[in-house]
Structures are given as C-alpha cells and as structure tokens.
Design a protein. Structure first.
Length: 358
C-alpha cells in the first residue's frame, strides 16, 4: 500500500544549547569516518568551533610516542562536560568570611528596627559602613533567604511574601463626600511636588466603640504621621486635625499640606471643612483603596506593630507616635536610602525659613 502522507522534517537544534550525549555519539561516529569539522558541524547543527572544542575536550592527551594515538569518545566528552559544569558556578558571596560583619549587622537591624533587606543594603552603601565588596546585592540576599542560607526567617521579614493582586472595581451606589480625586491636579499624583498627603484611619477591634489611629503619608517623602484618636468618627478626625494645626500652625498649614486625599468613610464626613485653611481636600472613589497606595502601604507597616484584631486601647498616644517615628527612621530605596524623617525636616526648614528671610 502506498503511503502518501509522511513527515520528513528533522528536529531543528536550538541555537546556543549544550551538546547532548546523543550528539556527542554522532560526533564520535562522524569523526571516526574522517569527516571534516565543518561537515560534522553541519550534520549536528552547530558551529564548527563547537566541534573543535568538543573533540579537544573528549580526547585524552598522548602520554608517549609509542602505541595508538588516543581518539575522541562521547563518554569522555560527556564526563569532561559534567565536571566543568560543576565548577562553572560562582561561589555564593555571603559564604565569604569578609561578608559576615554586614550579615550580622543586617540581621540586627531587621530584628531590632524592622528594616527591610533592601533598606539595609542601601543604607550600608550610603553610609559606607562596610567595604564595598563585602555588601551583597539585594537580589542575592533574597535568593539566600529563600534557600535558608541566612540566619533569618519569614517571621523576621513578613513583608517578603508577595501580596495578592485584587481586581480593580468601583461601587457606584455610595455617595462621594466631597471633591472627587478626578479633580485633583496631576502634579499631586506625579510624585514630583512635596506637600500632597493621603489619609485614613486604622481600626483595632471592630466590636464596640474604641480608639483608632488617624494616619497620613506624604506621597513624595513617605513621611508617616500616626495619631491616636478617640474613635472612628468625624469628631475623632477633628481631634487629629487639631493636633496637626497646633504642630504646624494655621499660617503655614497649606504649605505643608497642599492637598489631602481621603476615602469615603463616615469619619471623613466633615473633612472638607479644612479647605478653609487653604488645603484642598479630595476623596477617592468608593471601595477604591488602591487610589491611596502609599497610605495603604504604610498602614500595612503599622500592622507589624499593631496586628489586626488588637485593641488600640492598649496603646498610649506616645506608643503610637513612637511607632511612626520608628517607621520614619527606616532608609528607603525610593529616597536614595535616606530616611523620610531626614528629608521631611529639610522640607520644613525651607517652608518656615521663608518668613525669616523676608
């Protein structure tokens, strides 16, 4: 019976791939037949220089002028290849003794001050605390963390685990409390001008009425403000705003707080009244927490100190302020490994120096 349908296409060898044992067997057979390097390379599907180095690798050196000239064998070539592959990987940088001081310092910062690995790397290089060659890069350290080669656990670095990505969607059946975020100037979202803040409240226990924390984050400098307030009510937010007015003064308040963006929670029902201070107040779309990304991120960092479900009544005003100060002392990669507190102090010096110069 005639067979009219058949496949004569040969598998095409992927460029740049290593030789297999079967291909080495083909090289051995063709070389034994006396075929040239280019002829063998054409049959195998690789460069002729690959064939040259493979023959050199799989042929043992001749020990004397007597006897047969040693020839290439696929088995010897495969063994030489496997041995070379074992030696090809660079040794892990943190296994070196001169990296040990940095590793110990980094572990202390993470456990004591809750710094991130990247924050430790950037701060050490910025301050030149250790010789440059003894500070591994952030990616290397995270690889070693996953490989259990660092004296740290995920309990020390809870934020190392990835976060779930949620689908973005809007609920339109909730009223907007004031001016929409869509009206906010583009420069506020661009991250190029200092003075634009995102605000929210952090709740401890949801049963009953108890204290919560008012939080605010500056979008450029990442300065974090946390104030304990009596409850998740508009009067509680008014307590926090009164403290901010006392600290920064009504005259310069709009210079420090050019815009403030909140969600549509009931505690921000009267928040628009502070536009009388010169600060523009905006509200995100209902159920759209991603429109306040820096604030949500810092609320998550605050949860390292005050876990969900923990009553905030257990923490004093000074405890909450101390937590915010500790977060502001962490070096940040986005700030060139400077701290938010350092850069925010420079910003305030510029704002309040205007009166002194005039």
């Amino acid at each position: 019976m005639d067979q009219n349908q058949f496949n004569t296409d040969e598998a095409v060898r992927k460029s740049g791939s290593h030789l297999t044992l079967a291909e080495r067997g083909m090289i051995q057979a063709l070389h034994k037949e006396g075929m040239s390097l280019r002829g063998i390379a054409k049959r195998v599907g690789c460069a002729h220089t690959t064939i040259y180095y493979e023959l050199k690798r799989g042929t043992p050196p001749r020990k004397s002028n007597r006897g047969r000239i040693p020839g290439y064998t696929a088995k010897r070539g495969q063994e030489a290849y496997a041995a070379n592959r074992k030696r090809s990987k660079r040794p892990c940088k943190i296994d070196r003794d001169d990296c040990e001081p940095f590793i110990q310092w980094m572990c202390e910062r993470i456990r004591k001050d809750r710094w991130s690995i990247d924050g430790c790397v950037g701060a050490a290089r910025l301050m030149r605390s250790f010789p440059e060659g003894t500070i591994p890069c952030t990616k290397t350290l995270y690889n070693m963390l996953w490989a259990n080669k660092l004296p740290l656990s995920l309990f020390d670095l809870p934020h190392a685990l990835g976060r779930k990505k949620h689908k973005k969607w809007n609920r339109k059946n909730k009223r907007m409390l004031g001016r929409s975020i869509e009206e906010r100037p583009a420069i506020a979202a661009a991250g190029t001008e200092i003075g634009h803040w995102e605000v929210d409240t952090v709740v401890g226990r949801r049963q009953g009425r108890e204290a919560v924390i008012f939080t605010a984050v500056e979008k450029v400098l990442r300065q974090f403000i946390a104030i304990r307030i009596p409850g998740r009510t508009s009067s509680g937010v008014e307590v926090a705003m009164t403290k901010l007015r006392e600290e920064f003064g009504d005259e310069k308040f709009s210079k420090v707080f050019k815009t403030m963006t909140a969600d549509n929670g009931p505690e921000f029902e009267t928040f628009s009244q502070y536009e009388q201070l010169g600060t523009k107040i905006y509200f995100t779309h209902p159920y759209s927490s991603w429109e306040r990304p820096q604030n949500e991120r810092h609320n998550g960092l605050l949860r390292d100190y005050i876990p969900k479900g923990t009553s905030i009544e257990r923490y004093s005003d000074e405890d909450v302020l101390s937590i915010a100060d500790e977060l502001n002392q962490r070096p940040r990669r986005i700030l060139g490994y400077h701290t938010p507190a350092e850069l925010f102090d420079h910003f305030l010096d510029e704002v309040y120096a205007i009166d002194k110069c005039s």
